[in-house]
Design a protein around this ligand. Structure first.
Ligand SMILES: [Zn+2]
Length: 275
């Protein structure tokens, strides 16, 4: 045994920790501590993670984990990583605009047709099953890119929406306007957990699990080039911009969800895990 190896073991027995030396000391985290934001951390492989008292999985084999903060997250989030005590992260609030959108198909605002309501229910179940995915990987750790090379932001994350005059749910995505047919690229590696061409609200929808249940949704596509079960790499073409589903013009709506929380995808762009 080398002296440094022996030192590590002595350190562990002195503190009674079950993990590696990485588990001692302050948390190694990076990210954006705002509503709709996230934190990527590095700790001992397999360490248990809890957020606000709830178990939210384990660090990967390389020790990486991600947690996210909802659009309406409270001012403090309590992060617990096994081997560390609980730590309260300050979450900066965001002021959201009210956005009026007119001209969307009325049956995507106030659907009444029984057959359509049945279809919406069926499609909700498909999406819920895909959102339940929690892939083993940690492909979120090397950062995200925007899925389009050129675009104009036509709708920000979190806006309170008024559709055809009817107050609606907040906008849980970022809208990137670009011409019909513009190539869409995977924003980060991951497993395709849903690829459906004709959903009532989303039109052509592809969902990608970037690991630990961090799931991208790409909506309104006119064409899709991947299928459920495929593994995609950053920048790989996955489809084409369209205006299928609830849309008034060609754009990509990019959403990001982690364990039921809606995140602002743009905050992930350029972000990286702590070294
Ligand atoms: Zn959108």
């Amino acid at each position: 045994m080398t002296p440094s190896r022996r030192g590590l073991l002595i350190g562990l027995s002195a503190t009674g920790l079950a993990g590696s030396a990485l588990a001692a000391g302050p948390l190694a985290i990076a990210g954006r501590q705002v509503q709709g934001g996230y934190v990527i951390g590095r700790t001992a492989p397999g360490a248990a993670i809890r957020l606000d008292g709830q178990p939210v999985g384990h660090a990967s084999a390389q020790g990486f984990y991600i947690i996210g903060f909802d659009r309406d997250a409270a001012a403090g989030a309590v992060l617990e990583v096994s081997g560390h005590g609980a730590q309260t992260l300050a979450i900066t609030p965001v002021v959201y605009d009210v956005q009026h959108v007119n001209g969307v198909p009325q049956d995507t605002v106030t659907p009444t047709d029984p057959a359509l309501l049945e279809r919406i229910k069926r499609e909700a179940a498909l999406k819920a099953a895909a959102f339940a995915s929690v892939a083993e990987g940690d492909w979120f750790k090397d950062g995200f890119r925007f899925p389009l090379d050129h675009f104009v932001v036509s709708g920000r994350f979190g806006n309170q929406r008024v559709l055809n005059g009817t107050p609606s749910r907040p906008h849980y995505g970022i809208d990137l306007a670009a011409p019909q047919g513009t190539p869409i690229h995977a924003p980060a590696p991951g497993k395709v957990v849903l690829a459906e061409p004709h959903l009532h609200y989303e039109g052509g929808l592809t969902m990608i699990d970037h690991g630990q249940g961090l799931i991208s949704c790409c909506l309104h596509q006119s064409a899709q080039m991947v299928k459920t079960g495929d593994f995609v790499t950053t920048g790989q073409r996955i489809g084409s911009v369209g205006m299928t589903g609830r849309a008034t013009g060609p754009h990509l709506c990019w959403r990001l969800k982690w364990r039921g929380r809606n995140l602002d995808p743009s905050l992930l762009v350029g972000g990286k895990a702590p070294a």
